[in-house]
Structure formats: structure tokens, C-alpha cells
Design a protein around this ligand. Sequence first.
Ligand code: MLT
Length: 337
Amino acid sequence: MHRRSLLAALPLLSAGLAALASVTLALAPTAARAQGDYPSRTITIVVPFAAGGPTDTVTRLVAEGMGRDLGQTVVVENVGGAGGTLGAARVAQARPDGYTLLLHHIGMGTTPSLYRRLSYDPVGGFEPIGLVTEVPMTIIANKDIAANTLQDLVALVKRDTTGINYANAGIGAASHLCGLLLQKAIDAPMTTVPYRGTGPAMTDLIAGTVDVLCDQTTNTTSHIRAGAVKVFAVTTPQRLPSLPDVPTTAEAGLPGMEVTIWHGLYAPKGTPAPVIARLSKALQAALANESLARRFQDLGTEPVAAERATPAAHKAFWEADIAKWRPVIEAAGQYAD
Ligand code: MLT
């Protein structure tokens, strides 16, 4: 542009800049007001598994408590499939405004290594809000299986390799991880039957359509107490007060086959810090509620301490879990894609 024409354009340019500045200034209070008014409408927590499973159960209890503290409705949306990655993608790609959240579990620690071609960043796509709970697992089977103890199951699987099938909620699910650990401990394979969540898997287990399931106590306790399934062990070093007659895996002959499933709450990357802080406060209020704590205890778990339901504690725990599973998954060389 010639010098003369540039000078001639200056008034237009400065008017344009002034207009842009006024728009930005006008927007700033709106954005700040939006955060100040937060939450001003219904919040959705995505569960990346089908309704009726352990993640769904935990989330509905937390959503109710958070809604009370926030003074807003908090709804749960089930987006199952692909081991929880479809639901996680839905939240990673949502507007970072605090109205779409994700409640997920150990899968957030294994997915970054298990999946190599995702439509979203499994780590950089999220803001951790706080940890929620750590849930034990139980090894269970349909009532007609020809096994009454974990050692009977080990013998059956070794005898009938790949004839015994086990349900899980897809690669990266807690039920998938527990199944891998169980097959490693038995040193024999089972045939995998994937579901969109262990809610529907439990239905088929009780119906006898599938043989074995390793699932969280938040889904299995009521069915074990009702005698609807056979239970062989809990995957914790000590027996659970909620299932006192169920042996640990060590007592049942598979020492070291232990796993608990941590859960955390996330927002999309870029969600404003004041919104994250408000959500963490609401999560802590929900977890401090006596009736939620009693419900969790009845299901074999308990809320994490308030200092763990913070973004910093959750971030540190999550990063350490990713680092723990990466060498294990890479050594196994088994990937989801
Ligand atoms: C899993 O990882 O197995 C899921 O927690 C199952 C579920 O919540 O449906």
C-alpha cells in the first residue's frame, strides 16, 4: 500500500480498532457475568457407559448432591461405546462453559496408551475437577457355571480354554482391565463379550447368556446379596464390610490379583478457572453429604476426602496413573486401535 493511501486509511483503521475495542469491552462483562452467574442453567454430566452400570450409579448419586449445592438441575447423559471413549470424546469436544462434564474412571489412565487414533486428546482435552471415589471389584459368574470357588473357576478356564466367555464394557473399561488381570493370573484365555456398559452385561450374566464378569461393587453388591450370581472374590487386600463373607483374591488362591477403580470428574479443556473452582466446591459438598457416604459404603466404597476432590489433587493422581499404565500396556503390546 503506498504511503499516501496508508495515511488516508488511518482514520478508517483507527475507527475500526475503536469499534473492535468497544465490542471486546462489551463482551468482557458478558463473559465475566456469565461466569459470575454460573450456573444459570441445567448442567449435564456424561457417563461414558450405558445406564444401570457402576459408573452410572456413582454419577447419579454425585449429580444429585452437586445439584443441591449449585441450586441447579444436574442431569446424567449415558454415552456408551468403545470402552468409554465415545462419551469422553463428546465432552472433550463440548463448549468449555461448565455445562457439559464427564464422570469417568481408571479408563482415563489407560486410554492414552491403549488408543492411538482417537478423535480427541485423551489428556489435553480435559480439565480435572476432582476425584470422586475408588471402587473395589468382584469376580462373579452366572449361577449355573460349573464352579463354586475361584480355584474351581481357574481349573474350568484352564480346561476349557476360550470356551468360557467373560463380559466387559469394551477395551479400556475397568471390567476389561480386570478381565486381563484375571486371565494373566489364571494363565489361560477366556473369550471376550463386549457391551456398552456392565449394566447390560449384568443382565446377560444373570440370564446365563455370558459366563463371567469382573465388575465394581457399586453394580454387583445387590445381585450378590440376592443370590442372583455366584461370587468368587473381591479384588482388594482386605475383605469388604459390605460383603464380609466374600474372600479376597489372595484368600481364594490368586494373590496379587488386586485392582480398585478410581473415578474423577472432568470439564472440557479451556473451561474458565472460576467455573472449575465452583464445580470442585459443589463436588466436595456432594461427597460430604452423610446420605451419599452411607450409600457409597453400602455399595462397598466411600467418597474420597475433600482434599482429593480438587483439581490439583486430581491432576497429580491422573498423571501418575497414566505413567503407571503406559509401560504395562506397551509391554503387553495390546492396543485398542
Ligand atoms: C467399566 O469400566 O466396566 C464400566 O465402569 C462399566 C460401566 O460403568 O457400565
